[in-house]
Design a protein around this ligand. Structure first.
Ligand code: AMP
Length: 422
């Protein structure tokens, strides 16, 4: 029996891979324009990194991590997200001292054992960026502009950025108490998950998708009405700066982020084409995270986009593969060495050249050339080997050019000769 892939893990075939590469390249261009440097992070980290940052009470750490014991007894996990790893790398490299204000980005696969559905996989790819060392509203505003510009460059349709403020250590504890008290007053109406959240992570009560919970939380107190002066001013300044840069935001006072370390600005990006999971990205400020991971008390703000969700949002039409400039058609084994050598030389110029099997009949080879859309077929049979000159059939003009080039001509001049044929 054939072996299938693991549930939630998928293969990306060439047309889709090209599309994903185009998305990452578009995002990379914008990130570079904003002065972000790329960091390549490991796929495995110590579990502790995520329990200390993402938080032991989050779904990601509690239920979704692929964690296991290594042969030496260390508990390690496939990374479920990138922010904690990036901050660890920033601290490991001594950047907190050498370059405390840093703009860094990363991309690549993340692993979460969630229930797979459209747009939700157990291995998925993210593009994430972190702006470390700045706590002022201008840093949040610049980050939100970056988010909007990445969406524009990738061609995301129907982008909406929702923002909220989650308060900080000065105002959130008192709000949390209020919210918990409210939650307890309606706890008979809440789902089982929310009853657990009520004691452990009450902010999550606000974004439960369950209809009963939504209705019960309708009159719940909201963080935005309980911000301290510092958080309120910060939030107002962020909104006004972003507006002045021409980026539209939507207030969503019920938006919370799943991760414990967020404070003040939090945002989520939604788009068309997603189905039930409409977030294509999210992020926010995490001023306590660097210290929680053993570094100095430095602030940070960042976000991550899901590449698969961006694919859905920017149209899933597969891009056509590059069309070959020419297909080389060797007739019989005698032509195989010359065909392979010629193909290799031409391919070194970077042009796509297809090479057919010397054991197929010319007719079958011509059919294949038509199928892949090759512009020329370079025929190498007995006569061509003897004269040292290939026959070139122009599939567009439907005619042969018997002596366009000699087999030992320079590759560049052969490519040029093909380019000039009309
Ligand atoms: P998060 O790290 O949870 O803030 O997620 C950031 C973005 O990653 C989300 O908005 C999604 O676009 C994407 N994402 C998160 N989890 C998954 C998943 N299981 N499958 C596909 N994309 C995901």
């Amino acid at each position: 029996m054939a072996i299938a892939s693991i549930k939630g893990f998928r293969d990306v075939l060439p047309a889709e891979a090209a599309r994903r590469r185009a998305i990452v390249d578009a995002a990379r261009g914008v990130l570079e324009a904003y002065g972000y440097g790329e960091v390549e992070l490991p796929l495995l980290e110590k579990v502790e990194l995520f329990s200390r940052s993402v938080g032991a009470t989050s779904d990601i750490v509690e239920k979704e991590m692929y964690a296991f014991e290594d042969r030496d007894g260390a508990t390690i996990a496939l990374r479920p997200e990138g922010t904690a790893s990036l901050v660890r790398a920033y601290l490991d490299a001594g950047l907190a001292r050498a370059q405390p204000v840093a703009r860094l980005w990363y991309g690549g696969p993340m692993f979460r054992r969630e229930r797979p559905q459209k747009g939700r996989y157990r291995q998925f790819s993210q593009i994430g960026a972190e702006f470390l060392g700045r706590e002022d509203a201008a840093a949040d505003a610049e980050t939100l502009c970056l988010v909007a510009d990445i969406c524009a460059a990738v061609g995301v349709r129907g982008m909406r950025i929702q923002v909220n403020s989650l308060g900080d250590a000065a105002c959130r504890p008192a709000y949390r108490e209020k919210l918990t008290a409210y939650g307890r007053s309606v706890d008979l109406l809440l789902c089982d998950d929310c009853r657990v959240r009520l004691e452990r992570n009450p902010l999550r009560l606000l974004d439960c998708k369950n209809e009963g919970c939504r209705a019960a939380m309708e009159a719940a107190p909201l963080m935005i009405d309980h911000l301290c002066d510092g958080c309120r001013d910060h939030h107002a300044e962020v909104l006004s700066l972003v507006l002045s840069a021409g980026v539209l935001l939507e207030a969503n006072p019920r938006m919370v982020r799943g991760l414990d370390y967020y404070c003040r600005t939090a945002f989520e990006i939604t788009a068309e084409g997603q189905g039930a999971q409409d977030a294509i990205g999210g992020g926010g400020r995490y001023d306590g995270l660097v210290a929680a991971l053993g570094g100095p008390d430095l602030p940070g703000i960042g976000f991550a986009f899901g590449v698969e969700r961006m694919q859905l949002a920017s149209g899933s039409e597969a891009d056509a593969d590059a069309v070959p400039l020419a297909m080389i058609a060797p007739i019989g084994d005698v032509a195989a060495p010359a065909a392979l050598a010629l193909a290799r030389r031409l391919r070194q110029t970077g042009c796509r050249i297809d090479l057919e099997s010397p054991r197929r009949r010319l007719k079958a080879q011509m059919k294949q050339a038509d199928k892949v859309g090759a512009r020329f077929v370079v025929i190498l049979g007995d006569a061509e080997l003897e004269s040292g000159r290939a026959t070139v059939r122009d599939l567009k003009a439907q005619k042969d050019h018997p002596s366009l080039f000699a087999l030992d001509d320079e590759a560049e001049s052969i490519i040029a000769a093909l380019g000039c044929v009309e």
